[in-house]
Write a protein that binds this ligand. Structure first.
Ligand code: AOF
Ligand code: ZN
Length: 338
């Protein structure tokens, strides 16, 4: 059984890591909490942008002397290396921390091994606290990139009950409801990159920015990536100065993946042909399907040509989560191979 104070600290650590998602790459967005010797929260910290201090160092700074004899709760195994900042394991030892809980081991061969260093210094170490929430949430994309060398791509689409993303005349506003759209804006504000095809830019002229409920731009904007060989006008909204934009004049999925290098958390937003190419190339790691209670009976399919010509070749997915969002259903799926 984990003490109630630790469960609360884990929630603070998760919230801290969530709050810096999209701003730390290529570093992972980590959250850390320091409890004093009486189990009260003394400091909370999250990873600073690259080159800045790690989560533990910031939480220790906030806790000051109250860290002595206390406990640290961290979403990633404290690092053991002197990179751009000093090793967090040493900082925890120097501050007099007695107990460390962390969620997932650091797979980085250079930075990992902090748990052993802590144990050697006489600190009690508990791995695995909240591992599932961290693996599914804030560190999912970074861990995927560490494991595979590729970014984590979520293909998100909104479709009618009959799987269409636009009506026969091309109109598509709005298939999903306001709650689903607000949710996507919130998600964008915590991503590294959003990818769309030139067809989507030409058809919808989207801004692809993350906006707050009042319409203001969110403080963090992901990189906007436009893929395809069709010409897009210089007046396209995606080329405005609200966020950086990368235009890739290619159809090659592998080239896009390579160009995304330092951007592990990627949202693929369409259109149907680009989604089909990513699916056919095995480069979709998760699907988020917003299915609206709307029927069109004709119109553009959410995906086209994913390389399937017979049922034996069907791409199959495993259900990760089903939620209702307003009047829509959000299906989160992962490839059966994973
Ligand atoms: C931690 N706490 O908050 C983060 C960690 O280049 P550096 O020196 O910033 O080190 C980056 C590596 O440190 C990164 O690849 C990962 O293994 C670890 N990140 N570790 O103890 C943190 N962000
Ligand atoms: Zn560190």
């Amino acid at each position: 059984m984990t003490a109630p104070g630790i469960t609360e600290a884990l929630q603070f650590a998760l919230d801290a890591s969530e709050s810096v998602r999209g701003t730390t790459s290529p570093n992972p967005p980590v959250g850390a909490v320091i409890l004093d010797a009486d189990g009260r929260i003394a400091g909370v910290g999250a990873t600073a942008p690259p080159g800045g201090p790690h989560a533990e160092v910031r939480a220790l700074a906030a806790a000051g002397d109250r860290a002595r004899g206390g406990t640290a709760v961290v979403t990633l195994e404290p690092c053991n290396h002197t990179g751009r900042t000093g090793p967090c394991a040493q900082a925890l030892i120097a501050a007099g921390i007695r107990t460390v809980y962390y969620s997932v081991p650091d797979p980085n061969p250079i930075a990992g091994g902090g748990a052993d260093t802590l144990r050697a210094a006489g600190i009690t170490v508990h791995p695995g606290l909240g591992a599932e929430a961290v693996l599914q949430g804030p560190l999912r994309a970074w861990l995927h990139r560490q494991r595979t060398g590729r970014p984590h791509v979520t293909w998100k689409f909104a479709a009618s009950l009959d799987g269409r993303s636009a009506a026969a005349d091309g109109t598509s506003k709005w298939i999903s409801g306001p709650e689903s759209r607000a949710r996507v804006h919130d998600q964008r504000s915590r991503l590294d990159a959003i990818v769309v095809g030139t067809g989507t830019v030409l058809a919808d002229d989207p801004w692809l920015t993350a906006r707050l409920p009042d319409g203001e731009l969110a403080p963090h904007q992901p990189l906007r990536v436009v893929v395809g060989t069709r010409e897009i006008p210089t007046s396209a909204r995606v080329l405005d100065d609200a966020a950086p934009t990368l235009v890739l004049r290619t159809h090659d999925v592998q080239e896009v993946i390579a160009a995304l290098g330092d951007h592990p958390d990627v949202l693929l937003e369409g259109g149907p042909r680009l989604a089909g190419a990513f699916l056919a190339a095995g480069c979709v790691d998760r699907i988020q399907a917003y299915i609206a209670p709307v029927l069109l009976g004709a119109g553009t399919a959410a995906v086209e040509d994913a390389g399937v010509s017979t049922i034996a070749e069907a791409l199959r997915f495993r259900r990760e989560r089903v939620e209702t969002v307003g009047s829509d259903v959000l299906l989160s799926l992962v490839p059966e191979r994973d």
